[in-house]
Design a protein around this ligand. Structure first.
Ligand code: GAR
Length: 203
């Protein structure tokens, strides 16, 4: 069966990548196959997860390439080499320019650990998002999967899932609950949705 080629961009622990790998194994993702994992951080644990699953990996470092432009050009080359149909940002902590996002228009999705438009945009990533949510005192947070355009966290929303904030939550506890109850579910489901739409276009 024809499948969409998925490339996953990572920077850290890669629990969302693991959720995608597991979802492909158990058939939640059936319209696509993960063919490449690219990290912008050397030694990211996500790379181990990819290797354990037999997926090709690549590390692209901005510090070695010297500029954002050269970094994005190297990324584009790596992604095009394997005929990438869809790019999933799974804990990828680098903002991509309009040049990159326009190159892959409607083909990049991202998971963000809040209910956009709350606690998103420049400076809101990882634990900082949960620190801000707790400081504000919201009673509900969650996760959002959205298309990526040139505005950080500004592209069209694909799926969202709300998660309760509980008395005594720390940023770490809230992060874990949002990952378990929202991110690891809606990221694979959104990925399958976009892959199946891409396949329909290809036919
Ligand atoms: C996840 O919570 C993800 O939503 C967040 O970083 C974490 C990465 O964890 N991404 C952002 O904040 C992007 N703005 P992981 O490496 O274990 O998937």
């Amino acid at each position: 069966m024809l499948k969409a080629n998925i490339a996953v961009l990572v920077s850290g622990g890669g629990t969302n990548l693991q959720a995608l790998i597991d979802a492909e194994k158990n058939g939640i993702i059936k319209s696509g196959t993960i063919s490449l994992v690219v990290s912008n951080k050397e030694g990211a644990y996500a790379l181990e997860r990819a290797k354990n699953a037999g997926i090709n990996t690549k590390t692209v470092l901005k510090s070695e390439l010297g500029s954002q432009e050269a970094f994005e050009e190297a990324l584009i080359n790596a992604l095009e080499e394997v005929n990438t149909d869809i790019i999933v940002l799974a804990g990828f902590m680098s903002i991509l320019s309009a040049n990159f996002t326009n190159h892959f228009k409607d083909k990049i999705i991202n998971v963000h650990p809040s209910l956009i438009p709350s606690f998103c945009g420049k400076g809101f990533y990882g634990l900082r998002v949960h620190e801000a949510a707790l400081a504000y005192g919201v009673k509900v947070s969650g996760a959002t999967v959205h298309f990526v355009n040139e505005i950080p966290d500004g592209g069209k929303i694909i799926m969202q899932k709300a998660v309760d904030v509980l008395e005594g939550d720390t940023p770490e506890i809230l992060q874990k609950r949002i990952m378990q109850e929202a991110e690891w579910k809606i990221l694979p489901l959104s990925c399958e949705k976009v892959c199946s739409e891409i396949l329909k276009e290809k036919k």
